[in-house]
Design a protein around this ligand. Structure first.
Ligand SMILES: NC(=O)c1ccc[n+]([C@@H]2O[C@H](COP(=O)([O-])OP(=O)(O)OC[C@H]3O[C@@H](n4cnc5c(N)ncnc54)[C@H](O)[C@@H]3O)[C@@H](O)[C@H]2O)c1
Length: 261
């Protein structure tokens, strides 16, 4: 019950890693504000959680700064404080074109959601964390922000930006006892990766999914949620400005084909 009497905002809470994070934080006692642009998904997750009096949700686009500012104000009005912010919502954009072909619209859309969404929530939530001299922010980056080959180029750049945003905001907020960390998931089965899983299963190649990771498998949203919960909790009270891969060892190894038999 590490989050008893704590208030958490989780973005992208209607699906995948965000849903598992909301479930984990709620199970450990948090009151949770669920944010997503998928209203139907939000309602379903809200109703799946215990103790409805501790759950609140808001459908919005995280790229819309005015909507985010209003949401943070409404969470503060409803719950009185914000202890934890999980900046998790994101899009892959589904565009794997080479740099010579990627459109400006694709870049703007992906950076607008993946980077600016986290910037907006951090800006407004951290103001109240600074006042209360306590808070923890966990950003969902990706192994795609560390290496090439795990997403399109705009997606990868957006996740590299999140890793650096994590460091710069940790440095801005450290003196107020507000910690900021990131997790970098590898391949996790969620809504975002559903097409990859569907294609592999249709071709009877499921065994190949995640097989390049050192644990030789893909990951589950709950395994990422556990890492997010650690970084959001007082167990990580002296950890800030870090980006933790949750990737089965993928980024620990070059895993060059042919080097291991
Ligand atoms: N699944 C993976 O393998 C993987 C790997 C590395 C990083 N990630 C990151 O994990 C995070 C969560 O993704 P997921 O894999 O759980 O995918 P998902 O599609 O299951 O969940 C993402 C959620 O974010 C919401 N969302 C997207 N854009 C939004 C916006 N503009 N405003 C509000 N809500 C929005 C979606 O509606 C969805 O509910 C993302 O930031 C993603 O980039 C995922």
């Amino acid at each position: 019950m590490r989050f008893e009497n704590r208030i958490a905002i989780v973005t992208g809470a209607a699906s995948g890693i965000g849903r598992a994070t909301a479930q984990r934080l709620a199970a450990e006692g948090a009151s949770v504000a669920l944010v997503d642009w998928n209203e139907e998904g939000l309602s379903a997750v809200t109703h799946s959680l215990p103790d409805q009096s501790r759950i609140w949700h808001r459908a919005l686009d995280i790229a819309d700064e005015a909507a985010v500012e209003q949401c943070v104000a409404d969470v503060l009005a409803r719950f009185g404080r914000i202890d934890v912010l999980c900046n998790n919502a994101g899009i892959s954009g589904g565009d794997y074109s080479p740099i010579t072909e990627t459109s400006t619209e694709t870049w703007q859309k992906i950076l607008g959601v993946n980077v600016m969404g986290a910037v907006h929530f951090t800006k407004y939530a951290a103001r109240s964390m600074r006042e209360q001299r306590r808070g923890a922010i966990v950003n969902t980056a990706s192994v795609a922000g560390i290496r090439s080959g795990a997403g399109g180029n705009a997606y990868s750049a957006s996740k590299a930006a999140i890793i650096n945003l994590t460091m710069t905001s940790a440095c801005d907020l450290g003196e107020w006892n507000v910690r900021v960390n990131a997790i970098c998931p590898g391949l996790i089965e969620t809504g975002m990766t559903a097409p990859v899983f569907e294609r592999a299963r249709a071709a009877q190649k499921e065994h190949k999914l995640g097989s390049r990771s050192e644990l030789r498998r893909y990951g589950h949203p709950e395994e990422v949620a556990a890492a997010i919960a650690f970084l959001a909790s007082d167990d990580a009270s002296y950890v800030t400005g870090q980006a933790l891969p949750v990737d089965g060892g993928n980024t620990a190894s070059l895993n060059l084909p042919g080097m291991k038999v």
